[in-house]
Design a protein around this ligand. Structure first.
Ligand SMILES: [Zn+2]
Length: 429
């Protein structure tokens, strides 16, 4: 394609994207999820519902727990966007895995100590591309560089649970909740309460439940468990609830559950194309790969599929979901247990901009006043804020260390991933 044609095409894509973004927000295919969020130092009493991982595919239902892979990728707008990937064991040939694998290709070379060491092939020859994938384009001097996972996904387990700490809610709703690593509630500009959750728990928590409880006590229908998030390794304590065992009751058996397959789908190719297309082109330019052509093809197939679904079911406007955006941002992820590859629909991505914010959960209108630049934070960063202390300083969850502002006159402290000070607006590089 020559330059002119490329620009024309980009112009067309741009317009389509703008249109698509405008239409965004349409989320009829996704449920409003209720979460039970883990909080540091707080015991949560839970009844795990549904079938475990590792049941035969033919026995599995969409409500059963599921392992998904999530990457937070700084996209072409400079915003961190959540992508849900199939897990490696489901589909290690997934498009994004191959792009990541190409850029981060490595050899094993013998180090001076005689041990084999990983050496990235393109770290020096294509430092920009490399850094983009390995470190989300962070500068080594930037805060949080060493913790930055880049495009590497983390695996997380999504599950339906009964929150035993909210008996009235359970009684009224007769519904499960989704267990989440953290939950934060804020109001948006329209005054609506918005929940930011980081759904799921690490594989390590599932292992603790299984190896520490299920192996001895049998199926979880027979008892409740307690999970507590703690400051240090192993970061979670999981145990059998104390006292008399409380088996699942007949009423609890009738509780509705969230459809995990539906709500935690793998990100669409369209989202990948829209958010990372330019980068993918650069990768092709450097390595002579054909990723861009491939993603265009995948997007075309996907769009056709959505159009077909739309025609069959006019109620559901699947197309409009493709770019992103749901303001009720839960961050989830999905693993596809087996088949159903061709009906992938876009994942709901949190809308990062024009967000925010008074911390209704804290009933403290002063937050905006104290932290005027809080609006500049990404959704992901906002999620890290779990409260405000009496002295007006912010509380964060899941960080061993927080850092002073770069501005000496400012007393605000933030964890590593923050790129801007919510108090004084100073860029934190
Ligand atoms: Zn500051």
């Amino acid at each position: 394609m020559d330059r002119k044609a490329m620009f024309e095409k980009a112009s067309k894509t741009r317009k389509e994207n703008i249109e698509s973004e405008k239409r965004g927000n349409y989320t009829s295919d996704y449920d409003q999820i209720d979460f039970v969020g883990l909080k540091k130092g707080e015991d949560k009493l839970l009844k795990i519902m549904s079938q475990p991982l590792d049941v035969p595919a033919c026995e599995r239902t969409p409500f059963d727990m599921k392992k998904i892979a999530v990457s937070f990728i700084t996209d072409e707008r400079g915003k961190k966007t959540r992508f849900i990937l199939p897990t490696k064991s489901e589909d290690k040939g997934f498009f994004l895995y191959r792009v990541i694998g190409k850029v981060l290709a490595c050899d094993w070379v013998e180090g001076t100590d005689g041990k084999k060491k990983r050496k990235y092939k393109y770290e020096e020859t294509y430092p920009q591309l490399f850094n983009r994938v390995a470190k989300n384009a962070k500068d080594p001097k930037e805060k949080g560089y060493s913790y930055e996972r880049g495009w590497y996904p983390s695996e997380t387990i999504i599950m339906n649970v009964i929150d035993k700490g909210t008996p009235e809610w359970n009684e009224a709703h007769k519904h499960t909740k989704i267990l989440a690593k953290s939950v934060n509630e804020v109001t948006n500009d329209k005054g609506e309460l918005v929940t930011y959750a980081n759904p799921g728990v690490p594989k390590s928590v599932y292992a603790m439940i299984w190896d520490g409880i299920v192996e001895y006590e049998g199926p979880w229908d027979e008892y409740d468990i307690q999970i507590k998030k703690i400051e240090n390794d192993p970061y979670y304590i999981v145990k059998l609830a104390s006292g008399v065992k409380e088996p699942l009751t007949d009423i609890e058996k009738t509780y509705e559950m969230f459809d995990i397959d539906k709500n935690y789908k793998v990100s669409s190719y369209t989202l990948i194309y829209n958010r990372l297309g330019k980068f993918i082109k650069e990768v092709d330019g450097a390595f002579g790969t054909k990723f861009f052509e491939e993603i265009e093809g995948l997007v075309a197939v996907e769009k056709a599929q959505w159009a077909k679904e739309k025609a069959e079911n006019p109620e559901t406007d699947t197309e409009s979901k493709d770019t992103e955006t749901k303001d009720t941002a839960e961050k989830d992820t999905t693993e596809k247990e087996t088949t159903k590859v061709n009906s992938r629909k876009p994942v709901v991505e949190e809308k990062v901009e024009d967000k925010v914010v008074t911390f209704v959960a804290l009933k403290n209108e002063k937050v905006i006043e104290l932290y005027p630049f809080i609006k500049e934070l990404s959704t992901e960063q906002l999620e890290m804020i779990t409260g405000i202390k009496e002295n007006g300083s912010l509380e964060y969850d899941g960080f061993d260390q927080i850092y002073s502002c770069m501005d000496e006159k400012c007393d605000c402290k933030t964890p590593n991933p923050f790129t801007i000070c919510p108090k004084c607006g100073k860029a934190l590089q």
